[in-house]
Write a protein that binds this ligand. Structure first.
Ligand SMILES: [Zn+2]
Ligand SMILES: [Zn+2]
Length: 184
């Protein structure tokens, strides 16, 4: 069985967003991606008080819904995500687990009252996806601010990263990937 990363839109997400994610994961991580049918907007996670979606509830739902033999599963949504202790998150992941979810909501320059810039937007999407996938392979936050595993608390953090792991995170990622791909 080929172990691949499944990318799943949660609600409508354009192909122009989904394909750059798979290209980036295949290039930087050496893993094959496939797309699964849309799962619908995660209404169950909506918080009426915050007008945002609780990323922890989405993650919990994904963990129970995806099959046990799923290798890595990434939900992609346009809705705004939060976790209870933070105002917002760009994404969350199960540490050393299968599931992650990322949001495009705060990645568009227009969100910050800046002119649209599709290239910048897609770079941010790729960095966010790579970062959360890194967590699924057990990588923790990196202190190198150019590394994709550097923690993004503001969009400026995302913009100062490269769309890649630093050499030590890359080594660790490859080591974990080999370990997981060789186990059954
Ligand atoms: Zn992180
Ligand atoms: Zn690093």
């Amino acid at each position: 069985m080929i172990k691949c990363v499944t990318i799943c839109p949660l609600g409508s997400v354009e192909d122009e967003i989904l394909s750059p994610i798979s290209t980036c994961i295949e290039e930087k991580c050496g893993l094959t991606c496939r797309f699964s049918p849309q799962m619908g907007t995660p209404k169950y996670a909506y918080d009426k008080g915050r007008l945002q979606y609780n990323a922890k509830l989405i993650l919990r739902r994904l963990i129970t819904q995806v099959s046990r033999n799923t290798f890595k599963f990434m939900g992609v949504t346009q809705v705004d995500l939060f976790i209870p202790i933070l105002k917002y998150v760009f994404g969350v992941a199960q540490m050393e687990g299968s599931c992650s979810v990322i949001s495009t909501h705060r990645l568009r320059p227009q969100f910050y009252d800046q002119p649209p810039n599709q290239a910048l937007f897609l770079e941010r999407v790729q960095k966010t996806a790579l970062h959360e996938l890194g967590h699924c392979f057990g990588l923790t936050h990196c202190r190198n601010r150019h590394c994709v595993m550097y923690s993004s608390t503001r969009i400026e953090d995302t913009d100062s990263k490269k769309i890649d792991f630093c050499p030590s995170c890359k080594d660790l990622f490859q080591w974990q990937r080999e370990k997981e791909c060789n186990s059954q």
